[in-house]
Write a protein that binds this ligand. Structure first.
Ligand code: SF4
Length: 362
């Protein structure tokens, strides 16, 4: 289980219930009260050769000062937006995936940070959800972290699930690579909570997703949630092209459907490996054995590099085909892709699919 080397507590965060709850789990870990978390970042930068990796081993408990609810950054030039909102309750992640965009995005602000003022989040969401009853808010907590990796020690779900249950116009998605679902199983699986797993072939999980539970453990966790009545989803994201990828993804799809039932799956998303230019050197420095750069990548309209369009199309069509063989009515959507790719792969735009229509904002 994750245990931080030091816990830093912002004075403002001291009296929150979540702060007490986290501190009570680590009676032997040194705790320092500190106003300026950037000072910790500077210290780590001075002393560690791998700043990003070291910043994951320290934990800061602070209050988030701005608005929590944001539109997903999928709204970028040329990309289809899936009408998704994010709230960030944790910044950075205890796992260390080679392709993780946080390595570049949080390069100078990477201290693992938990925002403990969840009451402020609820005040904000209550007002927004109530003032727009005709809007469906699909909200995720997994933009800057894994939604469940720390749930055993920072039990956000104990607060989030009862809160979201009160609203008919809001859906909470918990996106994860973890198997930490024990907290979730203490609640009845409710219709407006979706638990989704990012999955990849076994060899990719082992090589590129360091510290994460393997494919078997993730799928078993999904099965437990399904049996408990939760709606579940899966993300094949990022799809990585490597020697033998077709067979590896076929086996992954087979294993997925050997473990869970298609009828419990709300949707499956597909997204290919993509990165901003600066991330490439960071990955090469931090993950020397990575297979991510065995293929050519080219810049897209949004400035990110992706596999060549015919290769992406081929990968999407292939994996979507494997999935459709298991359940022809399964909703499969593409994440952060252009209208051209959507049309090429699915023959349509999401607006013409009744189930996906509610998600997409074209
Ligand atoms: S699980 Fe997600 S947030 Fe965590 S390291 Fe991997 S890609 Fe990054």
């Amino acid at each position: 289980m994750f245990e931080p080397e030091v816990i830093y507590v912002e004075p403002l965060a001291r009296n929150f219930a979540l702060t007490e709850s986290v501190l009570s789990r680590f009676p032997d870990v040194p705790v320092r009260e500190l106003d300026d978390m950037q000072e910790v970042q500077r210290q780590i930068q001075m002393n560690a050769s791998d700043t990003f990796g070291a910043a994951k081993r320290h934990l800061a408990l602070t209050c988030f000062k701005g608005s929590f609810l944001k539109k997903c950054p999928g709204i970028s030039p040329g990309m289809v937006c899936c009408n998704y909102y994010v709230v960030n309750l944790i910044k950075n992640c205890v796992y260390d995936c080679s392709y993780c965009f946080l390595q570049e995005f949080l390069e100078n602000n990477s201290l693992l940070t938990v925002f403990v003022n969840i009451e402020d989040l609820f005040d904000e969401l209550r007002e927004i959800f109530s003032s727009r009853p005709d809007n469906i808010f699909r909200v995720g907590t997994g933009e800057l972290t894994d939604s469940l990796a720390l749930d055993r020690i920072v039990p956000h779900t104990d607060f989030l699930i009862p809160f979201f249950e009160q609203f008919d116009n809001a859906v909470l998605e918990l996106k994860t690579k973890s198997d930490q679902v024990d907290n979730l199983l203490r609640y009845q699986g409710t219709r407006n909570i979706i638990i989704s797993w990012s999955i990849n072939p076994r060899e990719i999980a082992e090589l590129e997703e360091k510290g994460t539970p393997g494919l078997d453990q993730r799928l078993q966790a999904a099965r437990r949630c399904q049996d408990h009545g939760y709606r579940i989803g899966f993300h094949f994201d990022p799809i990585i092209i490597f020697p033998g990828w077709e067979q590896a993804y076929k086996e992954t799809v087979d294993q997925l459907f050997d473990t869970v039932s298609p009828s419990a799956i709300e949707w499956i998303s597909l997204g290919s490996f993509r990165y901003k230019p600066r991330l490439k050197q960071i990955i090469k420095d931090r993950h020397r054995d990575s297979l991510l750069f065995t293929q050519e990548h080219v810049p897209s309209e949004d400035g990110k590099y992706r596999y060549l369009r015919p290769l992406r199309n081929h990968a999407y069509e292939t994996i979507r085909g494997f999935i459709r063989e298991k359940g022809k009515d399964l909703s499969v959507y593409l994440c952060m892709e252009s209208k051209e790719i959507w049309q090429g792969v699915t023959g349509k735009l999401p607006r013409s699919d009744a189930k996906l229509d509610q998600f997409f904002d074209l």
